[in-house]
Design a protein. Structure first.
Length: 545
């Protein structure tokens, strides 16, 4: 095969050049050095105009590559700064944050356009005439910026642009045809390795998708993305084989507009030319070693990553990655579709506390709880007998049940207005026609759809019921009650009693007062069972009361 036809999305070519677009590399490099980097908004506008102009005019490949390379550092800087305006916000995003997110995605799109133009130009001649040094860098960068588009979509829990994966697969296949998948390349923006290759960039894209990104909090997703800068190359990519394993293998179809599939032992066709197999055995081994080090109280060697990379959320990230890349877990319960079934939903500990208390503000067993002389209260009536109330909760809302199983269910709601949801949020639900108890669950994944006007949620069941409660810390702080939920012991499943509190309350052996509205008990926090960005659930020991 002397040529390859690439079907890539490209911007329309302009017949007239933009006089404001810099096309001489040395001149543009001086322009970049003078950019007002502290003024992120102005710099973003200037970069966007420059990229749009370059990508719509005819240029030779070498100067185009040099121009794009000069723009990479400032584009990375403003993208990171802009992302601070929307990452971690509940969905759906406010209008201003949505516009900022669109700017970040457009920058990645324009960078990908520039490098894809070089790749497409190279197909006009035979492979023998291709400048492999220029083309290799362009292919690597094109895959990296298409991966950036994936990442920006995942962090907003929205689907990536249609055709993104088809383009990534095509670019990798082209590098295979040229025999340059493992040719060492410089990538100053990686910062963890001296040299990388096109295969490294392709594996990073695949592994990011196989990390189950819609189940990850946005900030943890960013850490996974950074982790792959260093460790993506540990995965092995080979042609499809006839015998597949149940774990550590992912089957990729280069003709599909998706990354690939897990649980590949059930797949029949694997040896055709458009199949590749990603094996993560060595990567899983390294993750196991790092996780063992953290659990034994030691920090793993960062190996090119930031010195404190594992200090925050390191164990949580590695535990999730070993599940995603090492175990390939199957669905435990079969899901059944549900149609036309409304479900009433309340989000957050305060709202669940209110609704699980029959729609009444929670009142503790006494307005004076614990050893403190001050009145323990939440709300305006602090210190008055029977006047302790939990206020400020949001109301409930109606959602449509998509499907459910013994382990969880999926919900959707159109025309979202005022709803705020994150992965890891606690929720309570009950059938819309039922005035019975509220079931407790946690949001495990979120997806945006229909132009950011509809939300889909995946919910894991935690408990069929929870009792309203309140926590008071003993150390002598503000004396205010903290809303909580008490989950009873389930002897048949060997689950001890637990309590759910807002994030930041739990400390091993911490002494607390737990009030269920009938009595106050002194407890000692024991094992942390589960936590997210919104709550902590822990076992406890009653020590008094």
């Amino acid at each position: 095969m002397s040529r390859m036809h690439l079907r890539l999305s490209l911007p329309p070519r302009s017949d007239s050049s933009d006089k404001d677009t810099l096309t001489r590399p040395a001149e543009l490099e001086r322009w970049v050095a003078r950019l007002p980097m502290l003024n992120v908004g102005e710099t973003t506008l200037l970069l966007s105009r420059q990229l749009a102009g370059l990508n719509r005019m005819a240029l030779e490949d070498k100067p185009r590559l040099r121009l794009l390379e000069a723009l990479r550092p400032p584009v990375q800087h403003v993208s990171r700064e802009l992302a601070k305006g929307y990452v971690g916000l509940p969905l759906p995003l406010p209008d201003k944050a949505r516009m900022v997110a669109a700017q970040v995605r457009q920058l990645a799109t324009e960078m990908a356009f520039g490098y894809k133009l070089i790749a497409v130009n190279s197909t006009a001649t035979g492979l023998a005439q291709v400048d492999r040094a220029v083309l290799g860098t362009a292919l690597h960068r094109a895959i990296r910026y298409l991966t950036e588009l994936l990442f920006r979509s995942y962090e907003l829990y929205s689907p990536p642009p249609e055709g993104t994966w088809l383009e990534i697969h095509q670019l990798y296949r082209y590098s295979e045809l040229l025999g340059i998948t493992d040719t060492p390349l410089e990538d100053p923006l990686n910062g963890t390795l001296k040299q990388v290759g096109i295969g490294h960039a392709y594996k990073q894209a695949l592994l990011l998708d196989f990390a189950d990104p819609y189940h990850l909090p946005a900030r943890l997703l960013a850490r996974v993305y950074r982790y792959l800068d260093r460790f993506a190359a540990l995965a092995a990519l080979t042609p499809g084989v006839a015998a597949l394993k149940a774990q550590c293998q992912f089957l990729i179809n280069l003709d599909d507009d998706r990354a690939g599939g897990v649980n590949t032992e059930t797949t029949d066709i694997t040896t055709e030319g458009h199949y590749r197999l990603l094996t993560t055995t060595e990567l899983a081994r390294v993750i196991h070693q790092q996780l063992r080090a953290l659990r034994s109280g030691r920090q793993p060697d960062p190996e090119g990553l930031e010195a404190d990379f594992y200090a925050q959320l390191g164990a949580d990230m590695l535990a999730r990655l070993i599940q995603a890349w090492g175990l390939n877990p199957k669905r435990v319960f079969t899901r059944s579709l549900r149609e036309n079934r409304k479900t009433e939903v309340a989000f957050g500990i305060e709202a669940i506390n209110f609704f699980s208390n029959n729609g009444e503000p929670f009142q503790p067993s006494t307005s004076e709880v614990g050893p403190q002389p001050r009145g323990a209260a939440l709300g305006a009536r602090a210190g008055q007998a029977n006047g302790v109330r939990i206020a400020g909760h949001a109301g409930s809302s109606a959602w449509d049940l998509i499907d459910e199983s013994a382990g969880g269910y999926a919900l959707t709601r159109s025309g979202i207005d005022g709803e705020a949801v994150r992965v890891g949020d606690l929720l309570a639900s009950r059938p819309g026609t039922n005035r019975g108890p509220w079931e407790i669950g946690v949001v495990r994944w979120v997806r945006m759809a229909d132009g950011d006007t509809s939300l889909e949620l995946g919910v894991q069941r935690l408990s069929p019921v929870a009792a309203p409660a309140a926590i008071l810390t003993v150390e002598g702080d503000s004396g205010k009650l903290i809303p909580a939920l008490a989950l009873a012991e389930v002897a048949a499943m060997k689950q001890p009693a637990t309590v759910i509190v807002p994030r930041g309350i739990f400390k091993p052996e911490r002494v607390l007062n737990l009030d269920d509205g009938y009595r106050s008990r002194r407890i000692r926090a024991q094992r942390l069972v589960e936590y997210s960005g919104a709550f902590e659930r822990f076992e406890f020991q009653v020590i008094e009361g």
